[in-house]
Write a protein that binds this ligand. Structure first.
Ligand code: IFM
Length: 720
């Protein structure tokens, strides 16, 4: 299934639909708002790296000038779905080619009827090129007028980020707008060209909205076809953005060739991450949709940006990146498009100075990555946000201060990438330094807890954010232990394979024998509460909290956090997302099936699967698969698969749940598809298909070799 479609327009769902009909090309994304606009739409284009200062959230991606703006007038009556009558409607996003098409048959208030077909794409072949075509088939004789603009009057829900610089028309007819973000002073240039057989064309030099007006003679049944190309570039790309935008426009002869290039590049893209689920159209579409959403957000030519928790598809989380990237999204790239994964990990390499500064400011050594990260890598988690119980009050956000596991998550992704690709030059040059400096952080942040006789981390937040200010969160402690050991192994490996680099890093990071011995000791003596049966306590005192049976609160439409309140949630064993299970998923090799089973049985009924974090269900699905609970795994999987497509959490309008999308891919490949990659690079497949799946095919690349696996319901598989 490649086509995401709708056959009616429901204004109540417009924000949700704008999100899921987002198009993009790894440089920018544009939400699926209509060309002609609609009251209260959240039209937005976000460009990677184009951040600007904002109150409370520190910095946010600035909603770029609107390149879609296109008004159609039928004998002077403006086409709009808010007026007249919609006689027919269909919108389709073709995931295979990244092309969004909308066909509407509309009757104006005065009775003129026309069929209008809008087709748009952000070129994956040329990331500086945006293309939009409007085909109008009038059912009357008269006049059709078009007004195509670059609208510089955009804002972020009321906040203005853009200061117009210049605008005008070049000698070849190209219309342009140059503008700049107010604080970060990033210049953006858009250059527009219209192709069509207009009877009249005029340039309207409207302030901050340069517009081309075209007039066509309308003959009933005769199509009028107009193509709008927009070139786009910023001062992050070049010192002369307008020249670059204009060059890309000039290099584009016509719609057909731009579309052909788009199809060709997308075909290559899908080739490497091929996935087919037979017997379940919903799942088949959902997994492709998830991949599509990540691919359009994935920076191809920029290694100084990360993917935000809502990709580039909405205002939610303001473009900030979290552990969502490394733990949830990155595996798709690592195993199918490693050069994208490398770009994303480079971002963490380039933001090491900010991570070091964060650690230093808190009195620690090494690299402590920002919980929310934007352009520079500085901490941009807001400290206070409106309380969801009473929006007039503020609630303190502690993750920026306490969620230290982020540093180990980044190091984990580095190791996973290295193991999957065998990219030693990159590891020597960049990856190793991340692993070593995060290890240094965990060694310095560890406290000797004399009464327990172990090293621990007090006052932290683990993945389960219903509990803050906890001590010895098992996920944090054991990932820190893993990170410390990975640091030691890295150094030993460098000594052998890149002694010069080893010496350089030893010097640069002050990795004295005493310090390394300390790493070893902390790792050996890390605190963890494990019962005789293998049950891990999520953090100190978790089992003493009030127990809760989430089933008693059903049916509910709120998270347990909302039900208990921020303080109240700390008193119960209800958890927002898998925490211990997340740990066992990542460090799979360290746990036997029976150890996982004990924890799975304990934590699953205490997890807020429906209204907790959207990150939870796909991981829960994978662990359920590993436990052989396939029907239960499918429930969690389909919840994740519907997060955006069906807006099951009611907040898809804020943007794509990117971690969930990455998790959906992982649930199919590592869960039902049963792919298990061992730390030594060997791999095995244990398929466990839901009973109604007839066949599952997926593809992944390990150390340069691409494998195609086809799994069958009887647990067999073939390799291609
Ligand atoms: O990173 C997540 C976190 O785990 C749960 N709250 C939302 C964040 C962004 O998706």
């Amino acid at each position: 299934m490649w086509i995401l479609s709708e056959d009616t327009f429901d204004p109540a769902k417009q924000h949700h639909k704008e999100t899921i009909f987002t198009i993009g090309n790894g440089y920018l994304s544009t939400r699926g708002a209509f060309e002609e606009g609609y009251p209260n739409d959240r039209r937005a284009t976000f460009i990677h790296g184009v951040f600007d200062d904002a109150p409370i959230v520190v910095t946010e991606l600035a909603n770029a000038p609107d390149w879609l703006a296109l008004h159609v007038l039928l004998d002077g009556e403006k086409f709009s779905l808010a007026t007249g009558t919609i006689l027919a409607y269909r919108r389709e996003l073709d995931l295979q080619s990244g092309v969004l098409r909308r066909e509407v048959r509309w009757q104006s208030p005065q009775g003129r009827v026309a069929r209008l077909i809008f087709t748009r794409f952000a070129s994956l072949a040329d990331e500086h090129l945006l293309a939009l075509r409007c085909e109008i088939i009038p059912e009357f004789d008269g006049q059709v007028e078009l007004r195509a603009a670059i609208n510089g009057q955009t804002d972020n829900e009321g906040l203005l980020h853009w200061q117009p610089l210049t605008q005008g028309q070049l000698t070849d007819g190209t219309v342009f707008l140059r503008t700049r973000t107010r604080k970060s002073r990033i210049e953006l240039a858009l250059a527009m060209r219209l192709l069509g057989n207009a009877a009249q064309t005029a340039f309207w030099d409207v302030e901050n909205v340069p517009t081309v007006q075209q007039v066509y003679v309308a003959r009933a049944g005769q199509p009028i076809v107009v193509t709008k190309f927009v070139g786009i570039a910023t001062s992050r790309d070049t010192a002369a953005p307008l020249e670059l935008a204009h060059r890309h426009l000039q290099a584009t002869p016509d719609w057909e060739s731009a579309l052909a290039a788009q199809r060709q590049v997308w075909a290559r893209e899908w080739e490497r991450c091929q996935i087919v689920i037979e017997g379940d159209d919903e799942a088949d579409l959902a997994v492709r949709f998830s991949i599509f959403q990540l691919l359009i957000a994935a920076p191809r030519r920029d290694n100084r940006v990360n993917i935000g928790a809502k990709t580039l598809s909405g205002f939610g989380y303001r473009g900030h990146a979290f552990w969502d990237t490394e733990i949830f999204m990155l595996p798709l790239f690592t195993y199918t498009a490693p050069e994208i994964a490398r770009n994303l990990l480079d971002y963490r390499y380039f933001t090491l100075p900010a991570a070091r500064a964060k650690a230093r400011a808190a009195g620690y050594e090494g690299a402590w990555y920002a919980w929310e990260s934007a352009d520079t890598g500085e901490e941009v988690t807001p400290t206070w946000v409106p309380d969801f119980h009473d929006k007039k009050k503020l609630a303190r956000v502690w993750t920026g201060d306490l969620a230290i596991h982020i540093s180990a998550d980044v190091a984990y992704a580095v190791q996973q990438f290295w193991q999957a690709t065998g990219d030693d030059p990159w590891y020597i040059e960049r990856g190793a330094e991340i692993v070593l400096d995060t290890a240094k952080f965990f060694a310095s942040r560890a406290e000797w807890l004399a009464e327990r006789g172990c090293y621990g981390y007090t006052d932290v937040i683990g993945p389960d954010e219903y509990h803050d200010h906890v001590n010895n969160n098992a996920y944090t402690n054991l990932l820190a232990q893993w990170n410390l050991r990975a640091g030691l192994e890295t150094l030993a490996w460098l000594d052998q394979h890149a002694p010069q680099k080893a010496a350089e890093l030893r010097r640069q990071l002050d990795l004295t024998p005493d310090r390394l011995q300390h790493w070893q000791t902390v790792a050996e003596k890390i605190c963890v509460n494990v019962g005789a049966n293998g049950l891990i306590e999520q953090f100190d005192g978790f089992f003493q909290l009030k127990d809760v049976n989430l089933a008693d609160y059903e049916p509910r439409t709120k998270s347990m956090h909302e039900i208990f309140g921020i303080e109240g949630a700390n008193e119960y064993q209800a958890i927002k997302q898998p925490d211990v299970l997340m740990l066992q998923f990542l460090l799979r090799e360290q746990y036997s099936d029976s150890q996982i089973r004990v924890n799975y049985d304990y934590y699953t009924p205490r997890t807020d699967h429906t209204y907790g974090s959207s990150l939870g269900p796909p991981i829960q699905a994978i662990v359920a698969c590993q436990m052989g609970d396939i029907a239960e795994a499918y429930e969690h999987f389909i919840r994740a698969a519907r997060a955006d497509l069906r807006d099951v959490r009611g907040n898809a309008g804020d943007g794509i749940h990117a971690a969930s999308a990455g998790g959906v891919w992982q649930a199919v490949v590592f869960g039902f598809g049963g792919l298990r990659i061992h730390p030594d690079g060997t791999w095995a497949v244990y398929p466990r298909l839901p009973s109604h799946w007839r066949r599952l095919t997926y593809r992944f690349t390990l150390r340069g070799t691409t494998h195609t696996i086809t799994c069958y319901p009887n647990g067999h598989y073939t390799m291609g």
